[in-house]
Design a protein around this ligand. Structure first.
Ligand code: SAM
Length: 254
């Protein structure tokens, strides 16, 4: 009898739980998700060094379009879908989990340290004040997706903060500089007075790694700031409680 495990590996080796390690060590097959996120020190080769199970590097096609193959394998074997961070936060793996359950396969989820929670904690902004999050994507065929603009506008109208994930496209990671430039272009297009150059954002870089950084700066400062190596993530805050404003003062730029 097989089983399908969705394992969160955390953001880096030091943040991988013992439970995740145990299940990876014992699994027959590990489907390593290379599509939804990236870690500074967890890699398919690192996972190979932990287990005698077969490690398969999975792209979007295998995880979304060919998930039936994974589910069919899990009818007989212990199969792990291993994701950097948490397997169910800002991913589409719930769809595979539901299909597997419908097919009679036992499904287990092992949460991991997610960039979402890690960022909220490091920013010290109130966890009660975060709304819908959204990904800023590169324009495709010259068309700009202004969904992040709509989400920030809606969250701000409710006085809540927005987490902005940044696009990963064919191995290229969007930089905070590119993200800020796209947000300002969205304002130019929509002109609904949502995003201004002097708005303050929080940028998390390589969270969970030795060289992680969290900085708070204005959009105009962010345009030319060197944020270092990826991955990066942004918070677009709404109005700040005085304690949140104090917390951000400790995170000013270098
Ligand atoms: C689609 S989300 C997936 C989140 C993942 N499932 C988790 O729970 O951590 C991936 C995006 O989160 C951000 N991200 C992921 N890991 C990060 C890290 N260690 N430091 C900063 N940003 C990170 C990047 O913007 C990246 O493109």
């Amino acid at each position: 009898m097989g089983e399908l495990y969705f394992i969160g590996m955390g953001l880096s080796r030091s943040l991988m739980t013992n439970k995740a390690l145990d299940i990876i060590r014992k699994a027959d097959v590990i489907i390593y998700d290379t599509y939804t996120s990236f870690s500074c020190d967890i890699s398919p080769d690192y996972v190979r060094s932990l287990t005698s199970g077969k490690v398969i590097e999975a792209n979007r096609d295998l995880l979304e379009n060919r998930s039936a193959e994974v589910i069919s394998l899990a009818k007989e074997k212990a199969v792990v879908v291993a994701t950097v961070g948490d397997p169910m936060i800002a991913t589409t793996h719930v769809s595979m989990a539901i299909e597997a359950r419908k097919a009679g396969v036992k499904v287990s989820v092992v949460p991991g340290v997610s960039v979402h929670c890690y960022l909220i904690s490091k920013s010290m902004l109130s966890s009660y004040k975060f709304g819908k999050s959204v990904t800023i994507v590169y324009p495709s065929y010259g068309i700009m997706d202004t969904a992040p603009y709509s989400v920030i506008k809606s969250n701000r109208s409710l006085d809540i903060h927005t987490i902005l994930y940044l696009d990963i496209r064919e191995g290229k990671f969007m930089t905070p500089n590119e993200a800020v430039s796209l947000l300002l272009q969205m304002e130019d297009m929509r002109k609904e007075n949502v995003i201004k150059e002097d708005d303050v954002i929080v940028v998390g870089s390589r969270l969970g790694c030795e060289d992680e950084a969290v900085v708070s700066l204005s959009l105009s400062e962010a345009k030319k700031y060197d944020f270092g190596k990826p991955p990066h993530i942004l918070i677009f805050p709404s109005n700040l409680h005085y304690m949140e404003a104090d917390a951000l003062k400790w995170m000013t730029t270098k």
